[in-house]
Design a protein around this ligand. Sequence first.
Ligand SMILES: *Cc1c(COP(=O)(O)O)cnc(C)c1O
Length: 219
Amino acid sequence: MIKENIKRLLNELPEGVELLAAAKERNADEISEAIKGGIKIIGENYLNDALGVMNEVTEKAEWHFIGHLQRNKVKKVIDIFDMIESVDSLRLAKEIEKWCEKRNKIMPILIEVNSGEENQKTGVAPNDVAQLIKDISSLNYVKIMGLMTMGPRFGDPEESRPYFIKTRAIFEQIEDLHLPNVEMKYLSMGMTNSYKVAIEEGANLVRIGTKIFGERREQ
Ligand SMILES: *Cc1c(COP(=O)(O)O)cnc(C)c1O
């Protein structure tokens, strides 16, 4: 089932669009099957979830942290993840810098944009993205590689389109600044419900859970 889902998705995605399997609440067997099915990037929202499965997943993949990251988890997260997609403050970036310097490791990150400007959501407000990126770009062990957004959740994916358009516009503005130590390579947006619209609006990394693994238990 998982393998067929991935095959269908990979056939459908345009060239240049990478597929991340959002693995929250999935076990090691499910994740292994996804990697065997052609997934190259696994996304986890929680450090403890990742620690619970990583040792059992023997197949090689890149691991991206995609959830809200608390500063007291950073030390561990930088040891086991290849990218952090959810950086939304200078404080958090500095904590990553601190631990990466000790490990002499450079951590690729994406800046999470709160494109819906929702109070309760994580991510930096659209108007503050450029300044945050300028500030973080001066750090030596953190490398900005693009933007990520969730956007508000809707039943109709068309309603997500304005938020993807807004995030892409910010992406291009930052690109035009040609900041040192900033490489605007990834625009991570779109989930099961919305990835088609996200790709139309410029996403080149989509994060898909349900359409790969099936419905989550909680839903
Ligand atoms: C769960 C999750 C996804 C994938 O959600 P689906 O709707 O199951 O595809 C993508 N990104 C993040 C940050 C998530 O937490």
